[in-house]
Design a protein around this ligand. Structure first.
Ligand code: PLP
Length: 448
């Protein structure tokens, strides 16, 4: 029986500011560099792409940044998001009383993931600056969906460059975006120099996130009425997502427990930043000792096997270079089903915390993740996104590890979204056709 303990926040208890980690970093943040000259990039260089308010947030020294009232009002249409104790999962795992699993569920948003938490303020600040049209890219379609919804709410045009292979394989996400009024273009396309260049070299190119970013950025810089939006990686995106962790802290206090470990999956790092940065602050304040654990796919193991260096954010070199863990901007990951975790780089903030030992990182195989996802779904009734299943895998492993060691442990993880648009992946798993890929081995795994 799903036996769920919910910790429900009143709207009045909702956070009214985001937490900005920049002033609390152990060492100063390295600046982004110009892709050609390698000179530090100032605010003016970003102005063709982003509204001033977001550029300010990107570099802000303020520890707390007020959430505009208009944004709070939209947040309240789906927030606060639930925090649940997974009691049935605990029982199924045979955990002793001292080992507890909690999760913060971000799948209740209209897009089914945490991404509207930043899509909404990004659309808001652009609207305020008189921008009429947003260009962006999407891999699996979650970010494009979130941005399409936000643009519809603020009555702006939205053009989404969707990675070619997903455009073909994921028609439902495309239809969702189009239903909200967005124009969805398969990338590489003939609309941009970057797209035409790729097609000249390889007319059958299936595209990549890096190529789609190049196209969306080129679209934005070539038109005065258009700005660009990014769904992860950047500091202002991580900032907006801290609403997740801020709410979780209040809800865990209601549950009268303090997590020993906080777990989230990492693609570009935004849901991880969202749930863990407020706990990082809490640790600085001496109120918790929580370990913070990032989980990534073994097929795209940026934090665990990448290099810490300056690299481009996209394929064509349209974006600034950032100091981060990277597998190289021309890395094309294997076709694993967690599309949102297939980015070559990582948030510079998350990367720096990993470099300085403030957070831990683990890498897991997709079959082990789907096994955890199905176990979770049967116990708790929620079918997780393949991305989120990485966090579930690591949370279950933490619980089993504590049981073996005979220790008490309270585990909190971020369930970043539901998997209703990922049923083809579940079908592959259910029929035993899912393959594991290993970046280190450079190929499919033995026996997988
Ligand atoms: C996009 C996405 C992710 C990965 O992005 P992050 O920026 O690393 O959070 C994870 N889970 C879901 C459900 C997503 O849509």
């Amino acid at each position: 029986m799903p036996d769920r303990t919910k910790f429900v926040l009143d709207e009045k208890q909702m956070p009214t500011s985001w937490y900005n980690i920049i002033p609390d970093l152990p060492s100063p943040l390295a600046p982004p560099l110009h892709p050609q000259t390698d000179e530090p990039v100032g605010p003016e260089a970003l102005a063709p792409l982003f509204p001033m308010e977001l550029i300010k947030q990107e570099m802000s020294p303020e520890r707390f940044i007020e959430i505009p009232e208009e944004v709070q009002a939209v947040y309240k249409t789906y927030r606060p998001s639930p925090l649940n104790r997974a009691r049935q999962l605990e029982r199924d795992l045979g955990l002793p009383e001292g080992v507890k699993i909690f999760y913060k569920y971000e799948g209740v948003s209209p897009a089914g993931s945490h991404k509207p938490n930043t899509a909404i303020p990004q659309a808001f600040y652009n609207k305020l600056e008189g921008i009429k049209r947003i260009s962006t890219e999407t891999g699996a379609g979650q970010w494009g969906s979130a941005m399409s919804i936000a643009c519809a709410l603020y009555d702006m045009e939205c053009v989404v460059y969707m990675v070619g292979i997903s455009y073909k394989q994921k028609p439902y996400r495309r239809i969702l975006m189009e239903s909200y009024g967005a124009e969805v273009i398969a990338s590489p396309s003939t609309r941009t120099n970057a797209g035409r260049h790729v097609l000249d070299m390889d007319p059958d190119s299936l595209g990549s996130l890096g190529i789609a970013i190049s196209e969306a950025v080129e679209d934005a810089v070539s038109r005065d009425d258009t700005h660009y939006c990014l769904g992860s990686v950047l500091n202002h995106v991580c900032l907006h997502q801290t609403i997740i962790g801020e709410e979780a802290i209040v809800q865990m206090e209601m549950a009268q427990v303090e997590p020993d470990v906080v777990v989230a999956c990492v693609g570009g790092g935004s849901n991880f930043a969202g749930i863990t940065f407020p706990y990082y602050k809490r640790r600085l304040d001496g109120k918790t000792k929580a370990r913070l654990v990032a989980v990534e796919p073994k097929a795209c193991p940026t934090l665990t096997a990448g290099e810490y260096r300056y690299d481009l954010g996209d394929e064509a070199g349209m974006t600034p270079k950032m100091l981060m863990y990277t597998l190289g901007h021309d890395f094309v990951p294997a076709g694993i089903h967690a599309g949102g975790l297939r980015y070559h780089g990582d948030s510079p903030l998350v990367s720096q915390l990993a470099k300085e030992g403030e957070i831990e990182a683990v890498a897991v195989h997709q079959n082990a993740c789907f096994e955890a996802a199905v176990q979770f779904a049967k116990a708790e009734g929620i079918l997780p996104a393949p991305e989120s299943s990485h966090a579930i895998r690591a949370a279950i492993d933490e619980a089993l590890d504590a049981r073996e060691a005979g220790e008490d442990r309270t585990i909190l993880f971020c369930l970043s979204g539901h998997g209703h648009f990922d049923l083809a992946a579940y079908e592959a798993y259910n029929s035993g056709k899912l393959q594991d890929y290993d970046f280190a081995a450079g190929s499919m795994c033995e026996g997988a």
